[in-house]
Every structure is written in C-alpha cells, then in structure tokens.
Design a protein around this ligand. Structure first.
Ligand SMILES: Cc1cc2nc3c(=O)[nH]c(=O)nc-3n(C[C@H](O)[C@H](O)[C@H](O)COP(=O)(O)OP(=O)(O)OC[C@H]3O[C@@H](n4cnc5c(N)ncnc54)[C@H](O)[C@@H]3O)c2cc1C
Length: 373
C-alpha cells in the first residue's frame, strides 16, 4: 500500500523514538537509537528512488514523516528533516553511490548552508572553492550544521569556482580531512540534533562532487531544497504542537483541585484557551497540507504556499506552545508534564533560515511584484 510507511513510522515512534526522547533532550545526545530504527524500517530511504533501494516517495510523505517523529522527539525530527533535504538534492544531482548510501541508511545527509559571514542569508555564501587539478579545495566557516559529527553526506554551499553567479553546491563527505566540527551542541532546544559550527580548511573533494552547475547554486537551493525544506521544517513545528497539545489535554483533564472536587478542564478559561489553540493548530495544518499538495502537483502558487507555511507554522509553534505552558501552570516547568521540552524545541523554527522575518519580507515583495532576492 502507498502509505505503508506511516504504519512503519507509527511502530518506530512508539517503540523507539518516544521512549528515548527525554534522555536525548536531557543529555543533549544524538538520537542514535531512533535514527538506527528509522534506518532499519527503511524510512531513511523514504524519498530515494526504488532504483537505488529507496521507497520513491515525495515531499508530502517526507513532511508527514517528519511531523510524526516531531510529535515524540524534536531532535530526531530535525536530524531526519536534514537527511531528507540532502537526499532530495542527491537524488537530482548526486552520484549513484551517494544515493545508494543515503537510501540504505548507511549514509546520513545534512545541509551546510549557513555561514559565520553571511549568517541566515543562506543564498549568499562567502566561503571559497578553488580548483586544483581534478579537485576542488573548500575553505569555510559554516555556522550551523545539524548532525555535524555524524553526517556522511553534507550538501555544502560556497562561492563559485569561476567568477559567475552567487554560489555552487557540493557533496562533501562528513568527517574527512579538513572537516572540523567545533564540538558538542549544548542548546536551549533540539538538544540532540548535534548542530555545530564546522570549519573547512583546505578540504579537498573531487570536482565531480559538484551538484548542479558551478555558479548556479541558487537554482539548487530554490528548486531542490527550499520548497521541501520549508514543508519539513513546518512539519517539525506542527509535530511539536501536536505532541504538546496532547499532553496539555491530558494534564488539564487529570489535574484536580481537591477542595473544589474539580479538574483544570472545569475552568471555562482553560477550555476556551484549548479551543483557540486547536483552531490555530488546525488552520496552520490545513495551510501546510495545501502547500504539500501545491508542491507535489507543481501548482503555480507552490512557492507562495511554501513561504507562507514555514512562517505560519513557526509562529504558531511559538504561540501555541506558550499557551500550553500557561494552561498547565507552574506544573509545566517540570519535565514530567511533557510540555516544556516541546516549548524549548519550538523556539528554533522561526530563526532557522529562511527565518520568519525574512519570509515576511519575501512574501511582501512577491505580493508587490518585486524581485524576492
Ligand atoms: C537548531 C538549529 C539547527 C540548524 N541546522 C542548520 C543546518 O543543518 N544547516 C544550515 O545551513 N543551517 C542550520 N541552522 C542555521 C539556521 O538556518 C540559520 O542560519 C540560523 O539560525 C540563523 O541564526 P543567526 O544568528 O546567524 O541569524 P542572523 O542572520 O544573525 O539573524 C538575526 C535576526 O535578524 C533577522 N534578519 C536577518 N536578515 C533579515 C532580513 N533580510 N529581513 C528581516 N529580518 C532579518 C533574523 O530573522 C533574525 O531574527 C540551524 C539553526 C538552528 C537553530
């Protein structure tokens, strides 16, 4: 059946990802067991072509899978989102060997676009790529790379080798000579996502690792990455909202005022707040599902929808999660209530590129018929 992958996902989430989520967060450790279980279920190959051993699904299936994982563990969802983002690029431009590795789960993919010099302006790398015989030499200060110490396949941006254009995109093997992650991640949220700055000094790769054309990295970023990444990043936000709403509802139904013989859900203000957050969740999810369909069907409004959906989901996550914390009261500060981890994880999306503020600017320009970049 076409959506068998969702049954596999439900088992992996229930049996492995959910039970490990609290420890991944507490110890800021990479979700080793979760990624292994996703690989064993074939789900790391979800968007790889059957010809290289994958399941051949598209952007919507990837987004639904990331959402399902995020309901239990934001860190695992972000690692998976980056793996799928890299796989989509490899599927279009990469070598058969790289595509096979990413499909089988022996490889783990990620993106290295953000740089210390151009920060969230991912479309304008300042790092260099220099030709040397059959090789290219990369020097860079990447500011954030998810799965930095684990990824085997890093989709990497740089200035072009030739003078023309803004950027080029490369497949860089993670962990080799010249590739130096800064160290363990100790962040507010998504604490297991192994995000780290990575320095490249004299990192040599074959010229054939170019993905797309030299100087035309923007085509790869806007065509292969941005629409799918935005759908999956929004999926992460929606999964965090879904997980938190479920735990909030459990808490307000079960938490008693003994002297009044009532529960939190007996308060009309709590019920009204729950209703408001559910409407926000459902409306944001409906926009996201429409954006998924727009991308899959190649609709004319697909780019508008993917810009909208990441901004809408990122902002909804900030607001709904803050409301969940409030509804659960002081108890929500405790980890056992199961809301504060989602609250912390939800802070990332709005500042992940393209950030919400940039998306508002892009959308405003698009609406006014002005060039977006
Ligand atoms: C958990 C996590 C994982 C990440 N993983 C990866 C990864 O795997 N690969 C990768 O490449 N990157 C990754 N990033 C980086 C991310 O995509 C952004 O580049 C980064 O979060 C931007 O932070 P900054 O401090 O550089 O932002 P800055 O660029 O310094 O922005 C600061 C503020 O200015 C605003 N701003 C900037 N430009 C504009 C504008 N033109 N209009 C309006 N407002 C603007 C921003 O919205 C933001 O609020 C990750 C980030 C996080 C938090």
């Amino acid at each position: 059946m076409a959506d068998d992958y969702l049954n596999s996902l439900a088992s992996v989430v229930g049996d492995v990802i959910a039970p490990h989520a609290a420890a991944v967060d507490k110890d800021a450790k990479f979700p080793e067991a979760s990624m292994r279980a996703l690989g064993e279920a074939g789900l790391l190959g979800l968007v790889s072509a059957p010809a290289v051993g994958g399941m051949g699904h598209g952007a919507k299936a990837a987004a639904l899978t990331v959402e399902g994982v995020a309901k239990a563990c934001g860190s695992s969802a972000m690692v998976l989102c980056m793996h799928y983002a890299a796989t989509f690029v490899a599927e279009q431009f990469g070598s058969e060997a790289d595509r096979k590795a990413l499909a089988s789960g022996t490889g783990l993919g990620t993106l290295a676009f953000s740089e210390a010099g151009s920060r969230s302006h991912f479309w304008a790398p300042v790092s260099s790529a220099r030709a040397d015989g059959d090789e290219v030499v990369l020097d860079a200060e990447k500011s954030w790379v998810t799965s930095a110490t684990r990824a085997t396949h890093v989709v990497w941006s740089s200035r072009p080798v030739g003078g023309e254009g803004m950027s080029s995109i490369w497949m860089v093997p993670g962990g080799g000579a010249g590739y130096a992650p800064k160290g363990p991640f100790d962040g507010l949220g998504l604490r297991g996502n192994d995000s780290s700055p990575v320095t490249a000094s004299g990192l040599r790769i074959p010229k054939t690792n170019l993905l797309g054309e030299d100087g035309k990295g923007m085509d790869v970023m806007l065509g292969a990455v941005l629409p799918r990444f935005n759908l999956m990043n929004a999926a992460c936000s929606l999964g965090l909202i879904g997980g938190s709403m479920a735990n909030t509802i459990e808490h307000v139904k079960g938490t008693r005022y003994q002297h009044l013989d009532s529960v939190l859900a007996d308060l009309p203000t709590i019920r009204a707040n729950l209703a408001r957050q559910q409407i926000r969740y459902d409306a944001t999810r409906a926009l996201w599902l429409d954006a998924c369909d727009a991308v899959e069907q190649g609709r004319a409004d697909a780019m508008l929808r993917v810009l909208e959906t990441k901004a809408a989901a990122g902002e909804a996550a900030l607001e709904v999660l803050a409301a969940c914390m409030r509804m659960c009261g002081g108890a929500a500060f405790r980890k056992d209530v199961g809301v504060e981890r989602f609250f912390r994880d939800a802070q990332a999306a709005s500042v992940m590129a393209p950030t919400t503020d940039q998306l508002y600017d892009f959308l405003g320009k698009a609406l006014c018929g002005m060039p977006v970049f």
